[in-house]
Design a protein. Structure first.
Ligand SMILES: Cc1cc2nc3c(=O)[nH]c(=O)nc-3n(C[C@H](O)[C@H](O)[C@H](O)COP(=O)(O)O)c2cc1C
Length: 199
């Protein structure tokens, strides 16, 4: 499928048919998400994968009772990982492994650490959120490329999710992506006209 067709044909599914995605396909999708770009390559995300019916049912009231949650195959809960400093160390290790000199890398690491060190907790969250929505875009388009359907979802209560999923404090739910097989039909696509978007 051409990328253009993927983008045009995917839509936010309101109801899935309950079929489960096979593990191999899921694995490919998770890699598409994992390879998403992020600022400084920090990858400030942790993604909880929910497939058990009982847990999905528990999450339903924290999702405004949106039926995508209980009818999807897998629900991906994209959380911000606000512990950025250890991620800088990991990104730096990655750069050394890819052949950059330790001196260059240590200067770069100091620059990033100074930058994130100056951030307020709110700015850290905003930083992580920005990156997470890139991974979300890869999730929905990646799903379509694999013959799957999806729904990105912001209509949920992050505190309720954190409690129901026993998330550690540093992982803050930001957005959901329900994945599975659609039981509804794609509505007509509407977007702002070109001249209203580009100037
Ligand atoms: C960040 C984000 C949050 C969204 N939250 C919800 C949601 O909670 N429930 C829902 O049914 N759709 C949700 N959507 C889907 C949008 O309503 C949908 O993408 C938009 O109307 C365009 O339609 P399309 O994706 O079918 O082309 C969300 C989309 C995004 C990107």
């Amino acid at each position: 499928m051409e990328f253009r067709d993927i983008v045009m044909q995917r839509y936010a599914v309101k109801l899935f048919d309950g079929r489960m995605i096979d593990e191999q396909t899921l694995f490919v999708l998770l890699d598409i998400i994992r390879y998403s770009p992020s600022a400084f390559n920090l990858q400030p995300w942790k993604i909880k994968i929910v497939s058990a019916s009982k847990i999905k049912k528990n999450l339903l009231p924290h999702t405004n009772n949106q039926p995508q949650v209980t009818t999807c195959s897998h629900l991906l809960v994209f959380c911000a990982n606000t512990e950025l400093e250890p991620l800088v160390d990991k990104a730096v290790e990655g750069l050394v492994k890819s052949g950059l000199s330790p001196e260059t890398v240590s200067q770069y690491a100091a620059m990033i650490k100074a930058y994130i060190g100056s951030m307020t907790p709110e700015q850290r969250m905003a930083f992580a959120r920005e990156q997470i929505h890139i991974a979300l875009a890869n999730a929905i388009n990646g799903a379509k490329s694999l013959g799957l359907d999806s729904c990105p979802m912001g209509g949920f209560d992050p505190a309720g999710y954190a409690e129901a999923l026993f998330l550690p404090e540093e992982y803050v739910p930001v957005v959901l992506c329900a994945i599975g097989y659609a039981a509804d039909k794609a509505p007509p696509k509407w977007r702002l006209p070109r001249e209203e978007v580009f100037f």
